[in-house]
Design a protein around this ligand. Structure first.
Ligand SMILES: *[C@@H]1O[C@H](CO)[C@@H](O)[C@H](O)[C@H]1NC(C)=O
Ligand SMILES: *[C@@H]1O[C@H](CO)[C@@H](O)[C@H](O)[C@H]1NC(C)=O
Ligand SMILES: *[C@@H]1O[C@H](CO)[C@@H](O)[C@H](O)[C@H]1NC(C)=O
Length: 310
């Protein structure tokens, strides 16, 4: 019966009909939908997840499942034809995993899911760790471009910008590329409490932790205490990596894929927002939600949790 319904949708094209029919008869199951990270977001108690059909698949609809944020059971949060869904009422600062399944049959709200996809939805977990610099909480001198992912500043003084999502659990890695770098300024990268001071370098107050780096070297700074001077600086095209591991409560930094200095900070507990301080001599682009750097051996077993859909 499913087969009959499936086929009836394709009667406008004899060629397609044949092709789909043969696939269907040989145990066809569609390829998984592709999540579009740049259109996903998490804000306060809601997440928005956007996706598209796999180019080689025809599907009639999708089922989106989220776990309970505690590695527990998945529950269905959406079923239908749309390719974007916002889920509300989630716990603040909790990492949820989403599973997405295409369905080939949607009848009266009852979904028949190929069994392969039931398995896949459990195996393939996507961490909702996307964030972007947030104009609403940034110092007013910060300027936003490129859908808020690129930032610069109007002032010669350092100004702070936070991400729109805070983290309190899990392992999070993001990168920042240096698009423009004039006159050897020292932008700072790291994490902060929501209410840190925004009109000075990140790390100068007790609510922010950062690495500041110029064209020759870097330091770590928290509560205005500077430590671990490390040789190696930045220029246009450099990539800063920030690894926030809230399971181990540590913060580490990378420059061009190489670890910069020792573990920068330990004992990090509570809610931390990704953050940056910069002045007008720098322009930066943020690349959130990336895989944990390879070679960070302690973290290899966590790669699966940061899997990106491709
Ligand atoms: C998120 O929370 C902040 C602070 O409470 C609030 O200003 C903002 O409007 C909230 N955003 C949404 C989308 O509800
Ligand atoms: C950039 O931020 C502003 C202010 O919060 C918001 O209205 C706008 O939708 C954001 N743009 C994107 C692409 O998220
Ligand atoms: C920074 O390094 C450059 C060479 O890369 C050198 O010419 C310059 O003197 C250094 N600046 C400082 C302040 O050490």
């Amino acid at each position: 019966m499913n087969g009959a319904r499936f086929l009836s949708l394709f009667t406008t094209s004899g060629l397609l009909l044949l092709c789909v029919f043969s696939l269907f008869c040989s145990n066809f199951s569609p390829d998984p939908p592709i999540i579009i990270p740049s259109e996903c977001s998490a804000e306060n108690n809601s997440v928005t997840i956007a996706w598209q059909a796999h180019p080689s698949s025809w599907v009639e609809g999708y089922v989106l499942e989220l776990d309970d944020g505690n590695n527990g059971a998945f529950r269905e949060v959406y079923c239908g034809r749309e390719t974007i869904c916002t889920v509300d009422g989630l716990h603040f600062d909790t990492t949820y995993h989403a599973g997405l399944k295409p369905t080939t049959t949607l009848e009266k709200g009852i979904i028949v899911i190929p069994s392969a996809y039931r398995l896949r939805s459990v195996d393939e977990k996507y961490q909702v760790a996307w964030f972007q610099p947030d104009p609403r909480t940034a110092h007013q001198d910060i300027l936003f471009l490129n859908d808020n992912l690129t930032i610069t500043c109007q002032s010669l003084d350092d100004r702070v910008v936070l991400g729109n999502v805070g983290f309190s659990k899990g392992v999070h890695y993001w990168e920042v590329t240096i698009d423009r770098y004039d006159n050897h300024p020292d932008p700072a990268f790291g994490v902060a409490r929501f209410d840190c001071t925004k009109d000075q370098m990140l790390g100068k107050d007790e609510k922010s932790w950062s690495m500041y780096i110029d064209s020759n070297r870097s330091w770590f700074i928290h509560n205005n205490a500077h430590s671990d001077r490390t040789e190696g600086g930045i220029g246009v095209g450099s990539v800063i990596g920030v690894l926030l591991d809230l399971d181990k409560q540590t913060l580490c930094f990378y420059v061009n894929d190489r670890r910069q200095g020792p573990v920068a900070f330990t004992g990090l507990k509570g809610v931390f927002f990704p953050s940056i301080s910069l002045n007008r001599n720098v322009q930066l682009t943020v690349h959130p939600g990336l895989d944990i750097p390879a070679g960070d051996e302690d973290d290899e077993n966590r790669l699966m949790f940061n899997e990106r859909v491709s």
